[in-house]
Write a protein that binds this ligand. Structure first.
Ligand code: OOG
Ligand code: NI
Length: 454
């Protein structure tokens, strides 16, 4: 196949995300309801705020507003995780970040498979939060062995999926027809199964240890457990969920609403109880699948992140048991200590920025050696915050927990094990802070070069 006939990984990722969305809407009708609500709130937000509409249009974000931003799956073995790494690579998605959820009572660790370069992110930022179950954290040896044996019997990939991945690796790409086959076959891994692979007793034993263990171990594959569109007003969307027939989680996770949004705010409708046929023809239910929404703000530097973590910790000591409104009020008060204008955030090195020539900067050239700060002052260069593309462990734990039916936390504290995760993955995970820092550096050097007198 001539290289020019290959689809770009961006094209494949976009088509795959669309196919996944269609499948999930068909599987979980309430997710379609969530999409409608988000669409309505977004439309009203844009109508009420023409400046926002203009800004989004100028940044080319309006036409992709409706595309999902992320999804999540949970797998059970190193082999499954390593194969997923190869699968996502076909779509230009690489593992970024290490998330230890054990500290929050969830026996998994995770990474996010996502695109990393500027153009790929702009085209379609779809990511998949991917967790690996940590069987070693199951206390009962008998149960651990049972789970291990059950997982060893399944293959979550179709033959066609494995072939497509191998073909991509051998050729360095896939043409139109091969890409369509890859998408159809890869989608099978994420499909829901109404039949469990185990009997009800086994399910219940695993469920009693931790609901997440039952979710990962008892099914033929790692069903997509939620998708997440982008909302322009998460507070309003949360408020309207009950009237639209959805049961929202108690609070919006992450930072409070701010003039300069930071990191990531998320909420979800709670997982639905769904009928399952267990081996031996017994009927039962399983609760795993939900719908989520997100609103992203700027990526923070290590320094900004430290401040965020500290303030969030302070706020959390005062928010236990509060409803969302009160919770947001306490967060708002606590985060008054976090600078809330772009200039201060930039000068104090709290957030990452992208630098570009402003209109006045034109096509560059002919400025005697000036510092970036001077160029910004003179209006030749503009700075725009980089969007946070990753996840937040405390928020993720909150999402996990509210969808596992509340207080089902085991006590697995202090057992992050990034090395074991990377060993299972078969590759290191990228450091998200280094990725933002590099994008900032490249943009800074580009404008300085363009403006330097030749
Ligand atoms: C993943 C929960 C984490 C997020 O957006 O933080 C997550 C899961 O429930 O499998 O998706
Ligand atoms: Ni999520």
């Amino acid at each position: 196949v001539p290289v020019s006939r290959f689809l770009s990984s961006d094209d494949i990722r976009e088509r795959f995300a669309q196919a996944m969305s269609a499948m999930y809407q068909a599987e979980v009708p309430q997710y379609g309801t969530l999409l409608e609500l988000v669409e309505r709130v977004n439309r009203e937000t844009l109508e009420a705020d023409p400046a926002l509409a203009e800004r989004l249009a100028a940044h080319g974000e309006l036409e992709r507003l409706d595309a999902e931003r992320h999804g999540a799956i949970r797998v059970g073995t190193a082999e499954e995780l390593a194969m997923l790494r190869r699968l996502f690579a076909v779509m230009g998605m690489v593992p970024v970040g290490y998330y230890d959820l054990s500290a929050a009572g969830v026996p998994v660790h995770a990474t996010a498979f996502r695109p990393i370069d500027e153009t790929a992110l702009a085209r379609n930022p779809f990511r998949v939060f991917t967790s690996l179950l940590r069987l070693e954290l199951i206390e009962s040896q008998a149960l651990r062995e049972r789970a291990t044996a059950i997982l060893a019997r399944r293959d979550i990939f179709t033959e066609g999926c494995r072939e497509s991945i191998a073909l991509h690796e051998a050729q360095g790409g896939l043409d139109e027809e091969q890409s369509e086959r890859f998408i159809a076959e890869a989608l099978e891994t994420f499909r829901w199964h109404r039949e469990a692979t185990v009997d009800l007793e086994t399910y219940e034993a695993l469920n009693a240890e931790h609901r997440l263990i039952a979710d990962v171990v008892c099914f033929r594959g790692p069903h997509i457990n939620h998708l997440t569109p982008r909302t322009l007003n998460i507070d309003e969307a949360q408020r309207r969920m009950p009237d639209a027939g959805m049961n929202p989680k108690a609070v919006i996770e992450g930072p409070p609403r701010r003039a300069c949004p930071i990191l990531l705010r998320q909420t979800s409708f709670k997982a639905l109880e769904e009928g399952i046929r267990f081996a031996g023809e017994r009927q039962g239910t399983h609760t795993a699948r939900f719908g989520e929404i997100e609103q992203r703000g700027m990526a923070l530097t290590a320094r900004g992140r430290e401040l965020y973590d500290r303030l969030l910790g302070d706020a959390r000591r005062r928010t236990a048991g509060l409803d969302n409104e009160a919770h947001q009020r306490v967060l708002g008060e606590t985060f008054a200590d976090f600078p809330n204008d772009e200039k201060t955030l930039r000068r104090e090195g709290l957030a990452f920025f992208n630098y570009r020539l402003s209109e006045a900067g034109g096509t560059g050239g002919c400025v005697e050696s000036a510092s970036l700060e001077e160029l910004l002052e003179r209006g030749l260069v503009s700075a725009r915050p980089l969007t946070y593309e990753d996840f937040l462990p405390v928020s993720a734990a909150g999402i996990f927990q509210s969808n596992l039916g509340g207080e089902n936390g085991g006590n697995y504290t202090g057992s992050a094990n990034r090395e074991a995760f990377e060993q299972a993955l078969g590759a290191p995970v990228a450091d998200e802070l280094a990725l933002y820092a590099e994008r900032e550096r490249v943009s800074r050097e580009r404008v300085l070069k363009a403006l330097s007198a030749e």
